[in-house]
Ligand binder design. Structure first.
Ligand code: SAM
Length: 226
């Protein structure tokens, strides 16, 4: 019986350790409820369901895999590496929440997206840039010609895309009723600075946030032209 006790204590300890790092709990810590920003991905999928998706600077935002079947995540953060090291659990978690029929395909690179990642160029249909730096610049080469960049302007990355001749501004994600939707009309009113400003990469880098515009959106869509 003593052996049993040791065994069950050991099991308890093991369970405690597993619980101490549960993929689900870590995800909930950062992305519970509205914090998951699922509506953005739903709006993109409803508009044009992409094939392969690249999400650099993703941290552990695997909400994308609830909506898109094939996602490559990239982040050099230690906690993100630790999270994705449990790939079996991450995939099972995404599988439980997926809204598509196939099994989720999830790849993670614990690298800097600035230094280059082991993925082919011109290979992705959708590139996601949310709160994580100048992804439009460093990761454009992985996007197919005709592929879509979905970007917010928290770090000025939408500004940068708007002045990159390799991208064409084709839409925004806006709230319509109670949900986010892709809007492709009346785009002329976006990227109009409040003050007389010539938007340059140097200025965007210096500000490290979006320039003040008369009209803004939660996210902007660009098509890769070249
Ligand atoms: C504020 S978090 C945003 C996470 C996620 N995109 C979201 O919207 O919840 C920024 C993330 O970008 C990552 N990041 C910043 N620069 C990076 C780089 N050069 N390469 C890879 N990841 C980077 C950070 O490690 C961090 O996890």
């Amino acid at each position: 019986m003593a052996g049993m006790n040791v065994g069950s204590n050991g099991e308890k300890e093991g369970r405690k350790q597993r619980e101490a790092f549960s993929v689900e709990k870590v995800y909930e810590k950062y992305y519970a409820g509205e914090g998951a920003r699922r509506g953005l991905f739903d709006a993109l999928a409803a508009w044009n369901r992409p094939g392969r998706v690249l999400y650099p600077g993703s941290f552990i935002h695997i909400t994308a895999s609830f909506v898109f079947p094939s996602v490559v995540y990239v982040d050099n953060n230690r906690d993100a590496r630790r999270f994705f090291a449990k790939m079996g659990d991450v995939a099972a978690f995404a599988n439980r929440h997926r809204v598509y029929s196939e099994k989720p395909e999830i790849i993670f690179h614990g690298l800097s997206y600035e230094a280059g990642i082991p993925e082919s160029e011109n290979a992705f249909d959708l590139l996601i840039s949310l709160y994580a730096g100048f992804i439009s610049k460093f990761c454009k080469r992985y996007l197919k010609i005709g592929g879509i960049l979905a970007v917010n302007n928290s770090h000025g990355d939408a500004d940068l895309a708007s002045i990159n001749p390799g991208y064409e501004f084709i839409g925004v994600i806006q709230k319509r009723g109670d949900r986010l939707r892709v809007v492709e009309e009346n785009l002329d009113s976006y990227f109009k600075p409040k003050k007389e400003t010539r938007v340059t990469e140097e200025l965007v880098r210096k500000l490290n946030r979006g320039i003040g515009y008369t009209k803004t959106a939660p996210a902007y869509l660009f098509r890769r032209k070249r």
